[in-house]
Design a protein. Structure first.
Length: 192
């Protein structure tokens, strides 16, 4: 994995992942400096539909939800509802009409921590993994992978196309490999 060498992290990083298997397949990686749980989080998204016959869809809201999935049964149509509401540790008032006006990419501190759509943008899901239309790279200023209140142990939910509230896919956010709680990637200085 080329995260530190390619992106240029100035130290060891912690990586969490959300690996989707159906109906969406692919991975979302969340990367943050190990030494600073308040540093920016890099988010790399690579998602597609598992069936190549599926038509591309757009405008999918996506969020980190407060709880993990309570059942791992892939055919359980209601498994995404066990994830609860969006991750909102600072109790941002979302019932106020000003929330949708104020929560936006240029004002992420007005958003719930888990509102990735509000802080970034909606997602498109295409029929084939690896297509450029299905890859995204974001920088998140307000969430954290590292520390006691991290996103690890929560879940990512992708909602229906066109801003629909239905929950079409969900997975738990887990540490990326390794027998301890996270994989540390070592930084190597480039040779000049």
């Amino acid at each position: 994995m080329c995260l530190k060498a390619c992106i240029g992290y100035p130290g060891d990083v912690v990586v969490a992942k959300a690996t989707f298997k159906s109906p969406v397949v692919g991975t979302i990686l969340f990367t943050q400096l190990k030494s600073n749980s308040y540093s920016d989080v890099s988010i790399f998204v690579n998602l597609a539909y598992g069936k190549s016959s599926t038509t591309a869809t757009h405008g999918h809201n996506w969020h980190i939800h407060a709880y993990p999935i309570r059942t791992e049964t892939d055919d359980d149509a209601n498994r995404c509802w066990s994830t609860g509401a969006h991750w909102n540790p600072f109790n941002i008032n979302i019932s106020d009409s000003s929330y949708t006006r104020n929560c936006r990419p240029d004002n992420p501190f007005a958003c719930e921590i888990g509102d990735l759509t509000g802080k970034q943008t909606t997602l498109s899901v295409v029929p084939d993994v690896g297509k450029i239309q299905a890859k995204y790279f974001f920088t998140d200023l307000t969430s954290w992978v590292n520390g006691t209140e991290s996103m690890i142990g929560r879940s990512v939910v992708i909602h229906g196309a066109g801003g629909a509230p239905s929950r079409m896919a969900c997975v738990n956010v887990t540490p990326n490999a390794s027998q301890n709680h996270f994989q540390v990637l070592h930084y190597y200085q480039p040779i000049i």
